[in-house]
Design a protein around this ligand. Structure first.
Ligand code: GLN
Length: 381
């Protein structure tokens, strides 16, 4: 439910951060970087904040941001989207996801996600009164079997939500897999939404945007954001791209969610995007170092974490430590071990799914934080 004891039920991320703060634990739970975005971006924002604009941006977002997003996607992926009709600025990818689901899905429809799924995917499906159908993915690769995806689609399926790179596993979907999934959806008249907020944090392999896949052009939407790419998660500057008719339908809902937001931040991101690559490359190297340190540290304490190809997180089975329920460990560890993580079951169906003993740990942190976490886990082991 959305309420608990008359208060909004906190998300697992918010709850974990609160618990980490209470016990002064190293917070490898909620995915946010412990260093703010590049100085060049922050100083652009400072200039814009002093100069304005501070009044409403258009409902679809500032034209300069929509143009910068379209240019960036053309340059990197060869995908050509009309900034006027096929790009919508949103209040983070979170709003894009909610607006897409509320715009396109009717009560009683079925929406398919890959489990573990991001919490807002499940919550917005519930808000739309739709039925949530899941396709489970497993270690070691956490990629869906396209035959299982196809079998999950029915006459009532309206939308399939993908997330590549995948939170929590870091899996990067190869083009051939996306092609098979798109073909299955096209055959059934199912629309797709791809949540690609970790697109710039790929350490091994290459990100393929869903909209560059053959057959996706008229049926697939993609969302991404500045928050994850540029380490400014609080700015909530996101965007959605897709076929003009679907983007228009989503805009119809979005105008009653936030109308528009953060014109100054939108302008700063628009100005930064064309020159972002050197910063992104440097950030990737930093996170790769932290990823490798966390993976090596966990191996050193007798665990066998997934080496994530992308993103902020690794997932690890706690069974070798005799832990059957990682949700219990996530509740106890901040106090007992001084480390906080997210139980993967919180990103699964209420029965805990098939990953009950798995924990998600974030590595978008300084090497010192990672070392501190590993040391504490070693002492707790
Ligand atoms: N995307 C972040 C994560 O997966 C959480 C963002 C939030 O707390 N809403 O940890």
């Amino acid at each position: 439910g959305l309420l608990r004891d008359g208060e909004p039920t906190p998300t697992v991320f918010e709850e974990t951060t609160a618990r980490a703060l209470r016990h002064d634990a190293v917070n490898l739970g909620q995915g946010f970087p412990d260093a703010d975005g590049p100085a060049a971006l922050l100083s652009l924002a400072a200039d814009v904040v002093l100069a304005g604009p501070h009044q409403y941006a258009p409902g679809s977002g500032r034209a300069d941001l929509r143009e910068a997003v379209a240019a960036d996607r053309a340059r990197r992926h060869g995908v050509h989207e009309d900034p006027a009709t096929q790009v919508l600025a949103t209040t983070g990818a979170t709003e894009a996801i909610a607006a897409v689901v509320l715009a396109l899905v009717s009560p009683g429809d079925e929406v398919v996600t890959v489990e573990p799924f991001y919490d807002s995917h499940a919550a917005t499906i519930a808000l739309a009164g739709a039925r949530h159908v899941t396709v489970p993915v497993h270690a070691p690769d956490f990629l869906p079997d396209p035959a299982v995806v196809a079998a999950a689609l029915t006459d009532r399926t309206r939308l399939l939500i993908l997330n590549t790179p995948h939170n929590p596993s870091g899996a990067v979907y190869p083009r051939a897999l996306l092609e098979e999934i798109v073909a299955a959806c096209a055959a059934r008249g199912v629309l797709l939404l791809s949540d690609e907020v970790y697109e710039h944090l790929v350490y091994d392999g290459e990100h393929v945007t869903l909209r560059s896949v053959a057959g996706a052009e008229d049926i697939a939407l993609t969302t991404s954001s500045a928050g994850k790419s540029f380490a400014v998660t609080g700015w909530k500057v996101g965007w959605l791209t897709g076929p003009a008719d679907l983007v228009a339908a989503v805009r119809g809902v979005k105008q009653f969610l936030t109308y528009s937001s953060g014109p100054a931040y939108q302008q700063a991101v628009a100005a930064f995007l064309p020159d972002a690559e050197p910063h992104l490359a440097e950030q990737r190297e930093r996170y790769r170092t932290s990823r490798d340190a966390l993976v090596a540290g966990l191996r050193g304490v007798g665990l066998d974490p997934v080496v994530p190809a992308a993103g902020y997180f690794t997932v690890v089975d706690l069974a070798p430590w005799g832990v059957a329920d990682a949700a219990q460990a996530a509740r106890d560890w901040p106090r007992e071990a001084g480390v906080a993580g997210i139980p993967v079951s919180a990103l699964c169906r209420p029965d805990g799914g098939h990953l009950r003993s798995w924990l998600r740990l974030a590595f978008c942190k300084s090497p010192a934080e990672i070392d501190r976490a590993v040391e504490r886990l070693g002492a707790h082991a």
